[in-house]
Design a protein around this ligand. Structure first.
Ligand code: HEC
Length: 162
């Protein structure tokens, strides 16, 4: 009888300790899982085709026809805010020549880059490669949505969209 009680007591204690340990292990595993998961979503979320910013192919919904009045407004804005650093040929000035940029990059990449250059210069492999060549970080030109979209239309015009 005494022996049975002792064995029971031992079993209960082991069970309790076991539980305690288990709990601790679970917590640690959870914490580790959370810490390990954190960088992953961000790394996965960066889309080098789209860049980082609010524009997507869907939100732009471009057609293959040029909007000539928009392109004209874009040309004017380009003259004021961009021409000091960019030519519309393939020749580099401070930044790369912008000829064929609409075939090098997706429209949403261009829109995101020109409205949100800093985060992209920090993350985008293509933007970083240009930075290495140009040694100047393109400053944020504070373009309005319309200005950015008009400038994209102007770039499409340079690249032969009619
Ligand atoms: C102070 C100079 C400067 C100004 C002003 C400037 N840029 Fe840039 N731009 C650069 C540099 C330099 C790069 C290359 C990336 C880098 O080093 O930041 C670049 C890169 C770009 C690219 C990517 C080119 C490619 O081949 O992928 C686009 C598109 C662009 N700029 C458009 C514009 C537009 C549109 C404006 C005006 C709203 C503008 N930039 C104003 C310096 C400038």
């Amino acid at each position: 009888m005494k022996k049975t009680v002792l064995i029971l007591a031992f079993a209960v204690t082991t069970f309790l300790i076991g539980c305690g340990n288990n709990e601790k292990t679970t917590t640690t595993t959870d914490e580790q899982a959370t810490t390990q998961e954190q960088p992953a979503p961000e790394a996965e979320a960066y889309d080098a085709q789209r860049g980082e910013g609010k524009y997507t192919a869907e939100s732009l919904a471009l057609t293959d026809k040029l909007d000539a009045p928009m392109a004209k407004k874009g040309e004017d804005a380009f003259g004021v805010k961009c021409a000091s650093c960019h030519k519309t040929s393939d020749e580099k000035l401070v930044g790369p020549g912008l000829k064929d940029v609409t075939t090098r990059r997706t429209p949403e990449w261009i829109m995101n880059f020109i409205t949100n250059p800093d985060p992209m210069l920090d993350k985008d492999p293509e933007a970083q490669a240009m930075l290495e060549l140009c040694l100047v970080r393109m400053p944020n030109q504070n373009l309005s949505d319309d200005e950015a979209r008009n400038i994209l239309e102007f770039m499409r015009k340079i690249d032969g969209v009619k």
